[in-house]
Design a protein around this ligand. Structure first.
Ligand SMILES: *Cc1c(COP(=O)(O)O)cnc(C)c1O
Length: 404
């Protein structure tokens, strides 16, 4: 619709109550961008000798490591497999405690359960929606082995303070950077800071391989352990060194390999990462400008000195200024065909975690409060300026209707 129509839409009846929706078609909150060059890259591999276990995986790993400024990158079959592998090579085992924010996707905590380790949820700082270093400090015990910061939405955690805590206490850092490919903390790229940093190539993430993941590290020993873990625990160097048929399994492992087909897609996607990041940033800036003046809304947090990767746009409502609750605002935006989502139900409030660990509301009040107010707005590089304007118009329309 044009600008005049958009203005009219604002004064109209919400689609939830039978009014005309701002958009005719649903706009998803995230979507992959696959173009002809991607298709051609995948086709070439399909016509070649190696569908898996071939040279394209190594090429993807090299390109990825170079992009994030790490010495090594090891590709895995998903971001979750990457987290599992990172947890294993970090040496996590039964009853080891790992401190993390509950405002994350389940996989950040599930990977700890895979090794018998115990997730210890520490609260967030509502100003950033990231792990609060004070809370991390307070959560450390004699059994703590690692800290697992998640760069929520793509905004880097305070890595100076987290690294300082890890150093004085002798803890490992595993960064879940599934949201943060392209992000920078004080001029340093995410992926080059921690002991181990994990990424995801799920279709809603910055680049996709369908399913896929990566771990980056500067430590050659950890890199070698990661390569074994993703390939049944087999030491390939034995075969390569001795030119034998033997494939010695030297440690515990899985089949967590990424294929050459997927790696070809990854290499091709990586070439467009910077363009995608720039577009995400431009869209986020439009949202910030539109929502900052509205008292009923809290725009997404940003930090001076760090580069936000804008995986998602987290908007918070101010419940005291609204007659309608978050669920109704959510449903009203969906009715306008704006595909809002919520990231996340805090991990400790999922039924499984409640039962297994006896966790409940009150454990991390800031994360719970934020989660109750959050809405994820559509944000992906292929959104047009018209799409962005539709989202802004729909939010304004719904908030004007729903406010006190
Ligand atoms: C997407 C995501 C994962 C898991 O990645 P998959 O590739 O889907 O397994 C882990 N952590 C966070 C924070 C994510 O957003």
């Amino acid at each position: 619709m044009n600008e005049a129509e958009r203005q009219d839409a604002v004064t109209e009846v919400p689609a939830l109550l039978g009014g005309t929706p701002v958009r005719a078609r649903m706009l998803p909150y995230g979507r992959q961008h696959v173009d002809e060059s991607d298709i051609q890259a995948v086709t070439e591999v399909l016509r070649g000798d190696w569908l898996t276990n071939g040279p394209t995986v190594a090429r993807f790993e090299e390109a990825f490591a170079a992009r994030v400024g790490a010495r090594f990158a090891v590709a895995l079959s998903s971001g979750t497999a990457a987290l599992h592998a990172a947890a294993i090579v970090a040496g996590l085992g039964p009853d080891d405690e790992v401190i993390l924010s509950p405002l994350t996707f389940l996989a950040s905590a599930n990977c700890l359960l895979y090794c018998g380790a115990i997730p210890v949820f520490a609260d967030i700082d509502p100003a950033t929606l990231n792990l609060d270093p004070e809370r991390v400090e307070a959560a450390v015990t004699s059994r703590t082995k690692a800290i697992l910061p998640v760069h929520f939405a793509g905004l880097p955690c305070d890595m100076d303070r987290i690294r300082a805590i890890a150093q004085t206490r002798g803890l490992r850092i595993i960064e879940d950077a599934a949201h943060a490919l392209g992000a920078e903390w004080n001029g340093r790229r995410i992926g080059s800071l921690g002991d181990l940093t994990t990424f995801s190539f799920h279709p809603v993430k910055h680049i996709t391989t369908g399913e896929g993941g990566m771990v980056t590290t500067d430590d050659p020993h950890l890199a070698e352990k990661l390569r074994r873990f993703r390939n049944h625990g087999i030491d390939k160097q034995v075969r390569d060194r001795q030119a034998t048929w033997r494939q010695d399994m030297v440690t515990f492992g899985f089949n967590y390999r990424l294929t050459d087909i997927q790696s070809a897609l990854g290499i091709s996607q990586l070439r467009r990462l910077d363009a995608g990041l720039a577009r995400r940033e431009a869209i986020a800036r439009q949202y910030q400008a539109a929502f900052a003046p509205m008292a009923e809304l809290l725009p997404a947090p940003t930090l001076a000195g760090s580069r936000h990767a804008w995986h998602i746009y987290p908007l918070r409502i101010e419940p005291d200024r609204l007659r309608e609750d978050r669920e109704t605002v959510f449903r009203a935006l969906r009715a306008e065909n704006v595909g809002v989502s919520v990231h996340y139900l805090p991990v400790h409030l999922h039924p499984f975690y409640r039962e297994r660990f006896g966790t409940d509301r009150g454990l991390c009040p800031a994360a719970e409060e934020a989660a109750d107010r959050l809405l994820t707005l559509p944000l992906f590089p292929q959104m047009t300026d018209g799409d962005v304007a539709d989202v802004v118009a729909a939010v304004r329309k719904v908030i004007r209707w729903g406010r006190r």
